[in-house]
Ligand binder design. Sequence first.
Ligand code: PEP
Length: 619
Amino acid sequence: MKAVDPLGTQYKIRDYLNAMHLGQYVPDYLTLGASVTISAMEFLIGICLLFAIHRRLVSKFLVVLMSVWTLLTLWLALTDPISDCGCFGDAIVLTNWQTFWKNVVLLAAAILVALWPKDMARMISLSNQWIVFNYSTLFILFIAIWCLYDLPLFDFRPYHVGTNLREGWQEMMEGQDSPYAEFFIDSEDGDITEEVLNSEGYTFLLVSPHLEQADDSQLDRINEWYEYCTGQGYPFYCLTASSGQAISRWQDITGAEYPFCNTDEITLKTIVRSNPGLVLLKDGTVIRKWSHNRLPVLSEKDSVQPLERHEIGQMPNDSIPSKIAMLLLWFVLPLALLTIADRLWAWSRWLRKKRINPLNKKEERIMRKKIVAGNWKMNMNLQDGIALAKELNETLKADKPNCGVVICTPFIHLASIAQFLDQNIIGLGAENCADKEKGAFTGEVSAEMVKSTGAQYVILGHSERREYYKETPEILKEKVLLAQKNDLKVIFCIGESLEEREAGKQNEVVKAELEGSVFNLSEEDFRKIVIAYEPIWAIGTGKTATAEQAEEIHAYIRSIIAEKYGQAVADDTTILYGGSCKASNAPELFAKPDIDGGLIGGASLKAADFKGIIDAWKK
Ligand code: PEP
């Protein structure tokens, strides 16, 4: 309602500012910007709620917004500085108390939604939500800007096309309640309202609340219409609330010869949302309105014909149903089709997985690899490390795992372990590699050196390296490129700190980490990456993220991969969970559809513990 009439909303914002004695400090471009922003924001919140997009964030934001609106309307109801809140533009006019109670109800509803955001059923998959959001943003901005350029798409004011002003004014004169109480036309010779409204045939009204601020780019066209009216004998008046001085200035600039009449400023702003705008009356009925940007062109042939023979002399046939049909066609229909396609796709995927493995709850993992990887960190000397690797090798040869298994060890273990490890069953990897190819970098181990030991994997971006060795996204980007250049498979770690989780920033953090170091890769190279989501607060602390918390962020990570590389790549990307994962909690975590295994620290240092986690894939 607000977006189709940005000027009306702007006027309302100005009313509020004036009531707060702030009007003189805020320029028009800011109130107009606020008008478009507020309408677009409210519309988008509605769309997000409808489609259950970013449920938690949106519902919190909604509570804040509704609290502000409720307080504002309470103030309005108590002090009564403005008669109508403007919540629904001109479409529905409420009293100030009605609007306050309406907001109390909506605030209560918003609080309910914010308390149980997850109960909102998703109408569209996570990976397609951006389409709905961006399309709706473009749509609502287009509508607002178009209505600013032209006129409101829907006109709910008492001067809309089709209104018989003559009758309305007559009723007012008879003392009935009427929206035309402020409608008068004063000429030099006195009040001519009755004469104008009772005039038979066509009358043109050029409407300009303030000639000082009127757009003067279409002066020639306005003058052409005036000349045409003079030739055809149609009355033509300019209605304005400007002073005599402003009228003289306008006449000097434009050469206007038409008569000027005085009318109430608010009434003029209500008649047509354009300064200047042109209104055509026929027998006292409004039959056409134009903004100055869309004034009709008068061709040579038309200029000698009476208006009866012009198309514009007739009531337009773009009725409200046809406008609604246009909105349905351009907005509702594409979104409805997208939603149906999305639901069908989700449903067919679900059916396909059910058919392939009806008993397996981990339906989504048909394509991607399940992995359990150990990260030994800086533990165990060479002999102990070899002993552990041998024990694991024997155990897993005897009882084959149901998933990929990798052990990532300190550099010094790699070459020795590679000699005996059956790498068809257990992959071998390093815990780091240098961000330089080779050269004078004392103490560093390059990706090429890692590869030369017989290792196939490398962990990069572990939070301990980011924190203690100040590895930045740029350094990690280099490491990833060098690792891939040397044919190493990267297990890339991401995850948020406790403060970031408490501030609700986990999604933002993991997105930035991916964007900073791996989203530069081509699709082909990204497909070789394994992601490990490791909340820092869960690493080595004994605190595991709940399976639901982990699943939520894994699904989010998959959705941003889908946004970047498409759904097929996202479906094939292995995303491991890491952080105090043990044999006791692994089955619950691994049962989640977006968790494809684990990166295991402490529990990978004992063969039995590690095997317990690997066996979670057999449950
Ligand atoms: C890790 O450091 O990668 C890790 C997950 O550690 P832990 O399992 O000990 O929490």
